[in-house]
Design a protein around this ligand. Structure first.
Ligand SMILES: [Zn+2]
Length: 160
């Protein structure tokens, strides 16, 4: 039995989930599976250049656990590069935190504002106090725009 992991918070989804070398048949390749928390650790520490301490806090895990995750990620990425394998980003015990925002517009004063997902729908316009407010149909951007809504797991832990 694998020991149950504490849920790891992640803030991003990989834009590509499968990488394979050009010109090699799939059946000739072994897969390396990088978990979503390992991907997030690489993004925070190696790509964004955060200190491990800070990255660990963001992911809601200890500094030591973060160190283990990123070491494992580095080994897998090295294996992928050096031994010519396919790389799949999948799984992990994660809690997806969306940084997407909901946009609102006031029909009285035309004020526009945004609130993060997960917070309550505002009751009135922060500018004029009117309750004639509506979800803004435009500006619904965000990193997971157009993705499968099913993949947007927010606020609860999933063990894939
Ligand atoms: Zn208003």
């Amino acid at each position: 039995m694998p020991r149950p992991y504490k849920c790891r918070r992640v803030f991003s989804e990989p834009s590509i989930q499968y990488f394979k070398p050009v010109g090699i048949m799939m059946r000739e390749l072994d897969e390396v599976i990088l978990t979503r928390d390992e991907f997030e650790a690489v993004r925070l520490a190696d790509y964004e250049g955060k200190y491990q301490e800070e990255a660990a806090k963001l992911m809601n895990i200890s500094r030591q656990t973060f160190g283990n995750i990123i070491n494992s990620a580095h080994k897998k990425i090295a294996d992928f590069l050096i031994n010519t394998r396919a790389l799949k980003i999948f799984g992990g015990v994660i809690e997806m935190i969306s940084t997407d925002k909901r946009h609102f517009i006031c029909y009285e004063c035309k004020h526009k504002w945004a609130v993060p997902f997960g917070t309550a729908k505002p009751g009135k316009c922060p500018s004029c106090g009117s309750n004639n407010i509506h979800r803004s149909p435009d500006e619904r951007g965000g990193f997971n725009r157009g993705r499968n809504r099913q993949s947007q797991r927010r606020g609860f832990c999933v063990n894939q």
